[in-house]
Design a protein around this ligand. Structure first.
Ligand SMILES: C[S@@+](CC[C@H](N)C(=O)[O-])C[C@H]1O[C@@H](n2cnc3c(N)ncnc32)[C@H](O)[C@@H]1O
Length: 421
């Protein structure tokens, strides 16, 4: 356990200094190729859990160690160990013993006894420490204060439900490739393999428990993909039909590109500004037996990639704060600043303004974000519509005003479908 705690502490410390969890874990895996799948799983569990409950754990640690802890890795180690004591099934004595040994590797003998005192104190005073933590907003909800305020401002009585959903483990949801068989047929296949799942209204299949993809029957042969149920609305809303020219302007890793192509025989161009991420679109399509034109480009720089031929359908799954998918990326709750939102909005407006030019008359553009912050959603779209008199906002979106709030079954998304007059 010691090595696992050490890697988890280093990762959490790195995230708290500003690097994303995915990037940090990728670099740990690259530098330590000897780690087994189960060791990786254990490290991931501690990191995700600690970041999910960070507000509470910090509020507890601040009571146990009121003076600032100068060594970031030691502070992260204590947060990880508190997470394990409160939320994991690991034996408490093993968590404490191993964290204390780990502390000794990080610092001096003094650091070791400090870690020991903090964790044993937690075990003795747990109830009162947790009650005190829960009296603070950040300690109760485990989000940055500005985020909690914004949720209350925008969603009133619903805010706490949304915050709470964001702290749960995300479901694993599948999309049957209808070119290979229906959702019902795939559900039957899952059950025959001993995997329990249920079908949601839009045909998405929600697994009772997440499993590694190689346990999914036919995954390698393209029978199925992993995709959140809310994300599976995009392809249906885009309404692409056989023979249409379709652009997916922010395509990587290609979940929505592939879904559109499973539903209709379209001429697909998939763009992404990130050439490395674009490779994943290629491999996803290949697994599913689909082919598209892939291009690494800034979608807003039309001169660099567009030949002037308009598209019947354009999907703009814009870069955003990702505030609707925090249960999959709990680091976002701590890495985002309120001041970042304006930057995302500027990028979204820039992409929309440029990409509107490539939509054919009578064609449609579907704007998507995985954010539930209004500035990135309906404010972006109403500003856009005000600047573009030839843009008609079509109705029929799911949720309210195009907003799909996260719940047990799906993540949070915003959808706006625009038609060009
Ligand atoms: C929300 S993700 C897209 C997810 C994807 N549509 C899917 O369903 O799998 C946003 C993507 O936009 C890309 N992106 C950001 N700015 C861009 C730009 N100016 N032009 C093209 N792609 C951009 C990012 O690299 C990222 O892959």
């Amino acid at each position: 356990m010691l090595q696992i705690q050490r890697f988890a502490a280093q990762t959490v410390a790195n995230v708290l200094s500003g690097t994303s969890l995915n990037a940090t874990l990728d670099s740990v895996w690259r530098r330590h190729r000897q780690l087994t799948a189960s060791e990786r799983g254990a490290i991931q569990d501690i990191c995700y859990g600690t970041l999910r409950h960070l507000g509470q754990l910090r509020a507890v640690l601040d009571q146990l160690a009121p003076k600032p802890i100068a060594i970031p890795e030691l502070r992260a180690l204590l947060l990880c160990a508190l997470y394990q004591l409160e939320y994991s099934e690991a034996a408490p004595y093993a968590v404490v013993d191993s964290a204390v040994e780990c502390a000794a590797q990080i610092g001096s003998e003094h650091v070791k006894s400090f870690a020991n005192a903090v964790l044993r104190n937690y075990q003795r005073r747990r109830d009162v420490l947790l009650a005190n933590a829960a009296a603070l907003d950040e300690g109760r909800w485990s989000y940055a204060g500005w985020w909690i305020e914004r949720m209350r401002r925008d969603f009133g009585a619903e805010a706490e439900r949304i915050l709470e959903i964001g702290n749960r483990h995300p479901p694993m949801t599948l999309r049957a490739n209808v070119r290979r068989g229906s959702a019902d047929e795939y559900l039957h296949r899952l059950r025959q393999t001993g995997l329990d799942a249920r079908k949601l209204d839009n045909g998405a299949l929600l697994l009772a428990r997440p499993v590694p993809v190689d346990r999914l029957p036919g995954f390698g042969e393209g029978a199925v993909s992993v995709q959140d149920a809310g994300a599976q609305l995009a392809a249906t809303l885009l309404d692409a039909r056989d023979g249409m020219r379709v652009l997916d302007a922010c395509a990587a890793p290609g979940g929505k590109t592939a879904h559109v192509m499973e539903l209709a025989d379209v001429d697909m161009t998939a763009l992404d500004a990130d050439a490395v991420r674009l490779q994943r679109v290629g491999s996803n399509l290949e697994r599913l037996g689909l082919r598209a034109r892939l291009q690494a480009a800034d979608a807003a720089e039309l001169d660099t990639w567009w030949n002037g031929n308009p598209f019947d359908r354009v999907l703009v799954d814009a870069p955003c704060s990702a505030s609707g998918i925090v249960r999959r990326h709990p680091d976002i709750k701590w890495l985002r600043r309120a001041s970042d939102i304006a930057g995302f909005v500027a990028q979204q407006q820039r992409l929309l303004d440029a990409l509107w030019k490539v939509v054919a008359r009578g064609g449609k553009l579907l704007y998507v974000t995985c954010s539930i912050f209004g500035e990135e959603d309906h404010a972006t779209i109403s500003n856009f519509a005000a600047r573009h008199p030839d843009a008609r906002i079509l109705g029929g979106m799911p949720g309210r005003d195009g907003l799909l709030l996260p719940d047990e079954d799906h993540d949070g998304f915003y959808y706006a479908l625009l038609q060009k007059d």
